[in-house]
Write a protein that binds this ligand. Structure first.
Ligand code: GZL
Length: 317
């Protein structure tokens, strides 16, 4: 009887050892403020499932204090790693120190923080400044020397994309004396605020007749602004050129209707590279590069926007 139990016991142990225990990862997501954010969440869940990772998801509803509380909860649970998309760039040192103290690797997704790079394993994101440059260079080419007064819808105040996409766009139009940013205000990356702020821009700029172009830090604000431009009796895409960033499906619908002109793609799959880096780290302590850059691609009306919409409409946006 004893022998039988021992054999059964050792078999069970062998089985357990053979099946690597599922890793548990805490994910502090900003919220669901835009189509792109929704897609990032969908893809992160898919990537975790494909890898057999137990993902603990927390929606911060745009509040940093909720993200910090979530990270502390993940630390208390003793998760194997933490993913965080930091809503703003500052205020993370203390909680990142706590994660380091608990020897829990942290990976930044999509947005960056001002904290010391030693406080996180790696960061996965696009070159946000370059996205702004690409948008700016597109407008320079598009207006071809004509005078152009631009209004700008900024992302969430204090977030790395809002800071960097503004910087990049200004670099992109530098030297084009014919282009001037005349108004710039945050629309907080949402359609509703983008529409409201664009309404105020239109009122302040002769009903919109003095506006040549809109640069929006994301497509959702651009889609909201397009509605405001139409309600003001103007033609978005013609009277007012529209350039934005993310490449969500609805901006391609707007392009196909001639109501938007260009967008710069931001991939929603930041989690894939993050989980790959974690797998190597968990396996043998491999340290990844501190920044894993995702690609950015310019799309315009010349890229068959209806076809691109059909390809993207079911991807979780
Ligand atoms: C940019 C990302 C932004 C998207 C928006 O890296 O953080 O946040 O452009 C989203 O759609 O709200």
């Amino acid at each position: 009887m004893l022998t039988k139990t021992l054999i059964a016991g050792s078999t069970a142990l062998t089985l357990t050892a053979g099946l690597a225990a599922a890793q548990t990862v805490g994910f502090s997501q900003i919220g669901s403020e835009s189509g792109w954010r929704a897609a990032e969440t969908t893809v992160t869940r898919q990537q975790a499932e494909e890898r057999g990772i137990d993902l603990k998801f927390s929606d911060a509803q745009q509040k940093q204090e909720n993200q910090i509380a979530a990270l502390r909860s993940f630390i208390a649970q003793g998760v194997d790693a933490i993913l965080v998309a930091p809503v703003v760039a500052t205020g993370w040192d203390a909680v990142l120190e706590e994660a380091k103290e608990a020897e829990i690797p942290v990976v930044l997704l999509d947005r960056m923080v001002d904290s010391d790079k030693e406080l996180y394993l790696t960061a996965v994101g696009s070159d946000l400044v370059e996205e702004g440059r690409v948008a700016g260079r597109w407008l320079v080419d598009e207006v071809a020397g004509a005078e152009c007064r631009v209004v700008e819808l900024q992302g969430t105040t204090g977030s790395s994309p809002a800071i960097d996409r503004k910087k990049g766009f200004e670099e992109g139009i530098a030297g084009a004396d014919n282009i001037e940013i005349v108004r710039s205000q945050t629309g907080d990356f949402t359609r509703a605020r983008g529409k409201e702020v664009m309404e105020s821009f239109l009122q302040a700029e002769n009903g919109g007749k003095d506006i040549c172009a809109l640069y929006a830090h994301n497509d959702d604000m651009a889609v909201g602004a397009i509605q405001a431009i139409k309600e003001a009796g103007l033609k978005p895409g013609t009277d007012i050129k529209v350039v934005s960033i993310d490449a969500v499906p609805d901006i391609f619908l707007a392009m196909a209707a001639g109501e938007a002109n260009a967008t710069v793609e931001l991939t929603p799959n930041m989690a894939g590279p993050a989980f790959d880096a974690l797998a190597a780290y968990w396996k043998d302590g491999t340290m990844p590069e501190k920044f894993i850059q995702t690609e950015s691609k310019l799309y315009t009306q010349a890229d068959d926007p209806q076809a691109v919409y059909e390809q993207r409409k079911d991807l979780g946006y």
